[in-house]
Design a protein around this ligand. Sequence first.
Ligand code: FES
Length: 97
Amino acid sequence: MFSSSLPVKAVKKATIEFADSNKIFAWTESDGCLLDFAEANNLPAISSCRNGHCGACVVELLAGEIIYEHQISAALGGNEILLCSAKPATQHIILKL
Ligand code: FES
């Protein structure tokens, strides 16, 4: 499950599971943020500002941990994360998307 402890940096590669889409893909750091990665794999990600402010790209993190590589300002609840600003911080994460 999601941990509230903040990991210090992104991993270099990870397996990203998109639970609602029933798909799993291998992510590497060259794939960029999770929004870019989801779009590249034709997943139904929603976005607007792409900079951590509007909250349009919010999804629920079901397992694993992520890190934000820049400041975000969108309000988040529970296990919600912003795809546009997040990279994996554990080698396997599961997203509700
Ligand atoms: S697209 Fe606006 S916060 Fe991610």
